[in-house]
Design a protein around this ligand. Structure first.
Ligand code: FEO
Length: 171
């Protein structure tokens, strides 16, 4: 069972990439001098790319995993609230808005204390996101993956995993 679990685990590889990105976000944020405009531009650009990847991860999961799982469960008249409520909240728009707002802090009229306050705001938003995102990925691996193993054939899971990984690599 554990071999099968690993071989057909559609979440594990993408989630290891997501964890790399979470760590990269945190590191970038910790090292940025918010009083330095060049450093802030570089941070905002990095965060924008990372948030794009987070969003794309969710879209790939929705299209190639969650929709298929929901359809399968529905056909068997099985209701699973975690599956039904997965990805219903928009976690990304507030993050993108914050990055957009960050560019306003490049303006010379902004004081250093205002720039530092923006850094604190960014840190809080990222902590809030991470505190939800990491347990969310755990839920996918510990609850959804066993459901996939239960309701999909090995061929279906193999194909699903290949598509999911291929699409993540196109980011
Ligand atoms: Fe794998 Fe929905 O994050």
């Amino acid at each position: 069972m554990s071999f099968k679990f690993e071989e057909y685990n559609v979440f594990k590889i993408p989630h290891s990439r997501m964890m790399q990105l979470v760590n990269s976000c945190n590191k970038n944020l910790d090292l940025t001098d918010f009083a330095n405009s060049d450093a802030l531009v570089s941070l905002l650009s990095n965060l924008n790319s990372i948030f794009d990847e987070f969003k794309s991860h969710e879209e790939i999961e929705n299209e190639h995993i969650m929709t298929k799982l929901k359809t399968k469960l529905k056909a068997m008249a099985i209701y699973n609230s975690a599956v039904c409520n997965c990805h219903t909240e928009d976690e990304f728009t507030p993050l993108f808005k914050l990055v957009e707002m960050g560019y306003l802090y490049l303006n010379k009229t902004k004081s250093i204390s205002e720039k530092i306050s923006f850094g604190v705001k960014l840190r809080k938003a990222l902590n809030h996101f991470t505190q939800k995102f990491i347990p969310h990925m755990k839920e996918e691996e510990e609850i959804f993956q066993p459901l996939l193993l239960e309701h999909f054939t090995e061929e279906e899971l193999h194909e699903m995993k290949n598509i999911v990984i291929k699409l993540h690599m196109q980011n």
